[in-house]
Each structure stands twice: as C-alpha cells, then as structure tokens.
Design a binder for this molecule. Structure first.
Ligand code: FMN
Length: 191
C-alpha cells in the first residue's frame, strides 16, 4: 500500500507505517492476538501507576452489532468491517485516595498508543474514533458512569479492500502528513 510519509529526523519506520485506514478485513483475529493487543496496552506508564484505562471489546457477532450501534453513522459505514470494536474508558478518580485523576485520559491515551503500535508489529492496523454516542456507551456496556469517563472507540484488524469503500472515503484512504517538527517541539521557550 502506498505511503509517502517522510520523516524529518531518523525514526523507526514503525511510526510512519502506523496510520488509520478505513478499509478493514472482517477476518476474525485469533484470541491470542486480541490478548496481545491488550497486554501491550497494559504496560503503558500512568500517573502513580494507577492504570486508569478500561477496554471493553466486541469480537462475537452479537457484541459486534451492539458496539457498532454505539458509533456515529459516519464511522459505522466503514468500521462495520473491522473484526474487533473497542471502547476505551478512563477512571475518573485515583482509586486509593478518591481524588479526581486529571491524568487518566492522558494515561489512557498512552495505553491506546501501545495497543496501536503492537497492532502494527503484528501486521494489523487500528483506527481511533471520537464519533460515538458518549451519552449511551456506559449504560449500554454496563460501565459505571460515576467511575469511568468514555474516551475513545477503536477498531483493529488486517487491511482490507479499499475498493469496497464508498468513493468519498476511498479518496481519503491514504496516510496523512504532519506539521513540521519545529511547530510542535521548541527548545527553551515558545517561539
Ligand atoms: C481521539 C481520536 C478520535 C478520532 N475520531 C475519528 C472519527 O470519529 N472518525 C474517523 O474516521 N477518524 C477518527 N480519528 C482518526 C484521525 O482522524 C487520525 O488519527 C488523524 O487524522 C491522523 O491520521 P493517522 O492516524 O492516519 O496518522 C480519530 C483519532 C483519534 C486519535
């Protein structure tokens, strides 16, 4: 698949090869692969090692249909082909002290990135989504809303058939570029 990304500094190809496609192959993922994805996420760093992330996932046909229904229609149209749909939640408080955990979404983001990178190492792709029913997801999945905040929906799977995508999505099915390094990393002070 074509990938024209060019790095400005030496970086492992893995980082350029992680991108968010919409063409997924519906072939199921072996259970061991699913466990490996979450195992990678589990080892992410977190504030006070709270591990505030929670992944709830669908792999069976029945769960898949329930989870798909929680995505916004614009995402459903392509995410329906991915063999696993995941919702990521972040714990609202430090479990030990009960104080608000202002870093839990940051930490959950780190866990998602570990999952995304592990997916690539297994030849898989991931795609994160903010487009889901945040107001429905906790009740639908039995997650206590007073404890957990919905963060993101995620799909993973092997790359599928780009030609099967609607025209408008097919045109966007290519790795995106990035801002220049100088715009996001500044030495000493804001420039
Ligand atoms: C938190 C988050 C929310 C996103 N929401 C959506 C979404 O609802 N629908 C979608 O098609 N892509 C979504 N994306 C994918 C981004 O558009 C994509 O990651 C970004 O354009 C960078 O491209 P790349 O991941 O291919 O490198 C989301 C990504 C993240 C991290």
């Amino acid at each position: 698949m074509e990938n024209n990304r060019k790095a400005e500094a030496g970086v492992d190809r893995l980082f350029l090869d992680r991108w968010s496609p919409r063409a997924f192959d519906p072939a199921p993922l072996p259970n061991e692969v699913v466990r490996t994805l979450f195992e990678a996420a589990k080892w992410a760093p977190s504030c006070s090692n709270e591990q505030p992330w929670l992944f709830i996932y669908a792999i069976t046909k029945k769960d898949h249909a329930r989870f798909l229904d929680l995505l916004l229609p614009g995402n459903q149209i392509w995410a329906k082909n991915a063999p696993i749909i995941i919702f990521l939640f972040a714990h609202r408080r430090f479990e030990t002290e009960g104080k608000p955990n202002d870093w839990s979404k940051f930490d959950s983001g780190a866990a998602w990135m570990s999952l995304a990178i592990q997916a690539r190492l297994l030849g898989l792709y991931t795609h994160g989504m903010a487009g889901f029913h945040r107001d429905r997801v906790c009740a639908a999945l039995g997650v206590p809303e007073e404890d957990y905040e919905p963060v993101c929906a995620i799909v993973a799977g092997r790359y599928g058939d780009k030609e099967a995508l609607p025209e408008r999505l097919k045109a966007r099915e290519t790795p995106s570029d990035r801002k220049p390094l100088a715009d996001v990393a500044m030495e000493g002070r804001f420039k």
